[in-house]
Design a protein around this ligand. Structure first.
Ligand SMILES: *[C@@H]1O[C@H](CO)[C@@H](O)[C@H](O)[C@H]1NC(C)=O
Length: 397
């Protein structure tokens, strides 16, 4: 009740600032003020007392944090759960990202218990129930992004340590843990170019994984897009001041990188060669949810995971820093579901949304990897992988 009132009040106040005029009957207390403003004022006072050290929410940049319509895909499937089967139920805690070794038919994923596990797919047609899950290497911490290197090793973005390399024999070494005098706090997305150069993100140099919601609620750009060149051991910052820099994918022609900024509901392109080298350009914006990892399917389509669908709750929260402050400092609890309507958005090589596969009951989908006709959904929180026969849902392009 208070929450709803606060939401409404804040939105009205910010949208229509009222000039202060002397009231005709100043003594008369308006019950509206008593019942609604008083609890809000109290909430603010209490919130002020509980302000977390250094938590300072800011408005998102105008133009990026608009409330306009979301980009619409040509095809939308609202109930993808019904068309899915589960793999590795109970033995894949939080499979956040995927890397697929086509030669060996192995799908690698990082789990929340610090293990890199791999799914032995055998023939792509194999029954989901017949897929074998193996514990491969425990890197510790919380491995997020994973990507195969040309030498067959696996590069892992482990949220707290930084960028790791696991060679074919399972030996783990740290590649890099910081740049320009700042340690990574939330190493997140990664991809490897065919020449071996690694592209990755540090979502935040201020907040770690346990506090990632604070980064998103603060609405300030602590994220960076970086590269690591194994031939020189050089770590380079390519783009800075990013809003929760998340998923990364080489473009199909390897001339640019697409990277996603979660709270701004957009992905942009960074050019690594050619005339526009070093420039950042828009790729897709107004996403119908909050983007996480992005993976190229090898045949003209990127799958962008939408960890949470867009909603009125998120629109208001992201628009008004005051609400984010209340939410964090006062534990503003809201009954409306803040997650759900998660899924995968397929976009063309030029960033045009072509297919949205979502479900009201899906939340925190963090990656989508297409292998043959199947699309594999990974998640930050579920303890299985979902598999969908995408050829039955989306027309071939
Ligand atoms: C890069 O670092 C590794 C240790 O991780 C070292 O063996 C290698 O010689 C270094 N390469 C260069 C070019 O400095």
């Amino acid at each position: 009740m208070h929450t709803a009132s606060a939401l409404l009040l804040c939105s009205k106040r910010d949208q229509f600032p009222m000039p202060v005029e002397p009231s005709a009957s100043p003594r008369r207390a308006n019950p509206f003020h008593l019942f609604i403003l008083a609890p809000l004022a109290l909430a603010l006072v209490l919130a002020g007392r509980r302000v977390g050290e250094g938590f300072d929410p800011a408005p998102l940049p105008t133009g990026a944090a608009h409330l306009g319509p979301s980009a619409k895909a040509e095809e939308e499937h609202q109930a993808v759960l019904g068309a899915s089967e589960r793999i590795g139920e109970g033995v894949l805690p939080g499979p956040e990202d995927f890397a697929y070794d086509e030669e060996e038919a192995l799908l690698y994923t990082g789990c929340e218990d610090g293990w890199i596990r791999r799914l032995r797919l055998g023939s792509p047609e194999k029954d989901a129930a017949a897929v074998v899950v193996e514990d491969w290497v425990r890197v510790g911490g919380r491995p997020l992004g994973v990507a195969l290197a040309p030498d067959g090793g696996l590069v892992v973005a482990e949220s707290s340590q930084g960028l790791l390399k696991v060679n074919k024999d399972g030996e783990v070494k740290l590649l890099t843990s910081g740049a320009e005098g700042r340690s990574f706090k939330l190493t997140d997305g990664v991809d490897v170019a065919s020449n071996g150069v690694i592209y990755f993100t540090d979502a935040s140099y201020k907040y770690d994984l346990m506090e990632h919601h604070l980064d998103i609620f603060e609405g300030r750009p602590y994220g960076r897009l970086l590269s690591f060149d194994p031939s020189t051991n050089q770590t380079t910052v390519l783009a800075r001041d990013l809003y929760f820099a998340n998923g990364v994918s080489l473009s199909s022609d390897q001339k640019s990188i697409i990277f996603c900024e979660t709270p701004l509901r957009r992905c942009r392109r960074y050019y690594i060669e050619g005339e526009k080298k070093g420039k950042v350009e828009g790729f897709v914006e107004n996403l119908p949810g909050f983007p996480d990892n992005i993976r190229y399917d090898g045949k003209g389509r990127y799958w962008i995971a939408l960890a949470a669908g867009r909603s009125l709750f998120w629109d208001l929260l992201m628009k008004y820093p005051l609400l984010r402050k209340l939410k964090v400092n006062f534990g503003l609890h809201v009954r409306v579901p803040s997650f759900g309507n998660s899924g995968l958005l397929g976009v063309s090589l030029r960033g045009k949304p072509v297919a949205l596969l979502k479900d009201a009951d899906l939340s925190l989908v963090t990656v989508g990897q297409q292998i043959g006709k199947h699309l594999y959904f990974g998640s930050l929180v579920e303890s299985h992988v979902l598999r969908v026969d995408v050829s039955k849902l989306v027309k071939e392009r």
